[in-house]
Write a protein that binds this ligand. Structure first.
Ligand code: BDP
Length: 720
């Protein structure tokens, strides 16, 4: 009896444990490895495979072995043991020709040559008469990327019986930018605090560091800038370098290099010098020594990211030097160690009377060809600042002698922050696919960024991270999709947002066809929905002051005009929009002629950019035949309607998605709906004071007065 009772007790305990281990809190991201159900052809594969062979032993090989072991065993629902010899039945064999005699014995030399340092081959072949799946690469990290690709094929239920895949990244540096401060707050972070627990480093290595590196490796991210672009020089002092080294050591097996932001005035702040002038020999020597010191701790340190002469950050302009002189000084310091400098082009001055959208181009275009070989210019996707929609930045294509890298913002500073569902890949795709015409038709932004247009071997893409200490990493469960999509696009900027969404949904939620389609559709429509309820028709920068949450088209009379809303929408009784044609700021002249011509005429400007480039009367006739005012009002309404559509789709998925994540998303969608209504009502009431026209039929009546919306002032919005 006692025994029985005890065993029941243990069964209960076991059930409880099993239940809690099934907690769907999102921690596992897209690396779930739950057993595949009804997987057709995978059944044969399951029968044929009996072991995993990863010869050799190194930190990266151990990671590969562990990942494939848990991945295959989980997905196939049977133990796939690790052996050092080929088993009787089939096996997965992973390695490089150096680490693995089995891989060496395959006839793949020329194929391997083509995939370069980080690429890989996935091949269904045979070894000693036995069927194997070979994951082969020139480097161990290449094998790791191949292993993740192979697992993804299984996770997304593709046929893996006849693989002949060769794959390699299109860009060299695929980097997350963490805007993380040393006190663990995160500028524009909406998912808790910084992952980096500086206080406990270097002694305590939070297991999350490993899971972070692993998640990045799974999507090909190979660099991480640990610190905020609004930089603190302290991170370059020895105690912090030792902490940074501990992180670098933890990330290394995953192929993830660390970078730091360099505060331009560091030689003065922590070096005791009287100047930070980049042409001063003492300053140059200080940075060289500093670089030597960093590399003595971290031999594979990636280099520096720099925000200079921008929004109050110090820079070479303080000494009447150019950005090239500033960047080159740092580049010379890291060059002997193989480091790079990512110099940001996000530069504009509130003292300059010129259109803010023009300033980066004016500043940097004349410096083309003046940067060292190990400098990349990091350019935001658009010329203002990560708005819900921006036309591509005119610098892309305009500096053929300089490698230009893309900076996307994964964190949704201007797209609903932590609570709105906005899948950003369609927005990024729109920019990457845009034709600059730099070398005639078909010179896309992606061609610039991957270096192919101007034959640069140095190429990169950066994404401002949306990751924090929240259990699910990104706050919003769908924020994970943006981290995922960024990695996939950095690896291959020619992938479509749709295929990336499909992969992510299958790996994260379900492989059931109907569920996949529904979630995918929600995602693919979500960016346009946000644009509609926030900034349709090319409107931009009309959000709330400082925290940037919610609408604020009335923001004016601040110490910087270019931080106000009225500077950008220019609404008056005659109309609305920023005239960037030759009759206005002439920002359009910064584009190549075919683009300039197209965007100069409102009739040939895509409507999504209309008010970005043109100031138009309220009764301007839009493509639908409606007046500009009516069209605008209906777009705001359409944005709200799209959110409600997302809600209906999601509600219908109850039961097809685990209850925990279902409820989480459902409650966030309710916030998104009321925020969308807030945007619509506040913005339309405000613009109505100029248009003096009624809301067209179909647009819901605002719930409150304009005064009510104008006095709303949410406090303690995260991320400031
Ligand atoms: C703006 C952010 C600000 C950043 C800046 C930047 O509001 O917090 O410091 O971009 O990119 O969008 O440097």
């Amino acid at each position: 009896m006692i025994i029985k009772r005890l065993s029941i007790f243990y069964i209960l305990l076991f059930l409880l444990a099993a239940q809690s281990s099934l907690a769907e809190d999102g921690y596992r991201l897209w690396l779930r490895y739950d057993q595949i159900k009804d997987a057709g052809k995978l059944k044969d594969y399951r029968k044929n495979i009996s072991a995993l062979v990863v010869e050799g032993d190194s930190p990266t090989l151990q990671v590969i072995e562990k990942e494939l072991n848990i991945g295959l065993s989980g997905l196939l629902g049977k133990a796939i043991p690790v052996t050092d010899k080929l088993p009787k039945k089939g096996a997965v064999v992973a390695g490089t020709p150096e680490t693995s005699p089995l891989i060496r014995s395959l006839d793949i030399k020329s194929k391997l040559q083509e995939v370069g340092e980080e690429g890989y081959l996935l091949l269904s072949t045979s070894l000693n008469g036995k069927k194997v799946t070979a994951i082969a690469a020139n480097t161990e990290v290449g094998v790791l990327y191949g292993a993740f690709h192979f697992l993804r094929l299984l996770q997304t239920q593709q046929d893996i019986n006849n693989l002949a895949i060769s794959n390699s990244p299109e860009t060299k540096h695929r980097v997350l930018n963490h805007w993380d401060n040393l006190d663990r707050t995160v500028e524009r972070g909406y998912a808790g605090f910084s992952l980096w627990d500086w206080h406990k480093l270097p002694d305590y290595i939070d297991p999350r560091y490993i899971d972070y590196a692993r998640a990045n490796a799974s999507i090909g991210i190979n660099g991480t800038v640990l610190t905020n672009v609004n930089a603190n020089a302290l991170v370059l002092t020895e105690p912090y370098l030792i902490k940074t080294k501990a992180l670098a050591d933890a990330f290394r097996p995953y192929g993830l290099k660390v970078f730091l932001t360099a505060r331009f005035s560091a030689p003065m702040e922590i070096g005791g010098l009287k100047t930070a002038d980049p042409l001063d020999p003492q300053v140059q020597a200080w940075w060289k020594e500093k670089a030597d010191e960093i590399y003595s701790h971290i031999p594979d340190f990636g280099g520096f990211l720099v925000k200079a002469d921008s929004e109050g950050q110090p820079g070479p302009h303080n000494y009447k030097r150019t950005h090239a002189e500033g960047a080159n000084m740092l580049a010379d310091a890291v060059a002997p160690h193989g480091g790079i400098v990512m110099w940001r082009a996000f530069v504009y001055s509130h003292e300059a009377p010129d259109d803010r959208a023009k300033q980066a181009y004016n500043e940097f275009k004349p410096l083309d060809g003046k940067f060292r070989d190990n400098v990349l210019l990091q350019v935001k996707n658009g010329a203002i600042d990560f708005q819900p929609r921006e036309p591509f930045h005119p610098l892309f294509g305009a500096m053929p002698e300089t490698p230009l890298m893309m900076e996307f913002q994964i964190t949704q500073e201007y797209l609903g922050q932590g609570t709105h569902l906005a899948y950003l890949a369609p927005m990024w795709e729109e920019v990457l696919d845009a034709d600059t015409y730099a070398k005639g038709e078909g010179s896309t932004v992606a061609d610039v960024v991957d270096g192919s247009l101007d034959n640069h071997s140095l190429s990169a893409m950066a994404g401002v991270a949306n990751i924090g200490t929240d259990r699910n990493w990104t706050g919003h469960p769908f924020g994970q999709a943006n981290w995922y999509a960024f990695g996939r696009l950095a690896w291959n900027p020619y992938l479509s947002s749709e295929e990336i969404a499909e992969e992510w949904v299958r790996m994260t939620f379900s492989n059931e066809e109907a569920v996949v389609q529904d979630i995918k559709n929600m995602m693919l429509n979500s960016h346009e929905a946000v644009v509609n309820y926030m900034t349709p028709l090319g409107l931009h920068h009309i959000m709330g002051w400082s925290h940037h949450y919610g609408p604020g088209p009335w923001i004016k009379d601040k110490h910087r005009a270019d931080w106000t809303s009225v500077y950008y929408h220019k609404a008056d009784e005659n109309g609305i929009g920023f005239d960037r044609t030759a009759s206005g700021s002439d920002a359009l002249s910064q584009y190549f002629p075919p683009v300039e011509e197209k965007f100069s005429d409102p009739k040939t400007t895509p409507e999504k950019y209309l008010l970005w480039f043109h100031h138009l009367p309220w009764d301007y006739k839009t493509e639908s035949g409606r007046t500009l005012w009516d069209e605008m009002a209906l777009r705001y309404q359409a944005g709200v309607d799209s959110v409600r559509q997302m809600q209906r789709t999601w509600d219908a998925l109850e039961g097809s998605v685990d209850p925990e994540r279902f409820r989480h998303v459902k409650e966030y969608l309710a916030i998104q709906e009321s925020d969308a209504e807030w945007w619509r009502d506040a913005v339309l009431l405000y613009f109505q004071t100029f248009s003096k026209r009624p809301l067209p039929a179909g647009v819901e009546k605002p719930a409150h007065t304009l005064e009510y919306y104008m006095q709303l002032d949410p406090k303690f919005v995260p991320g400031i």
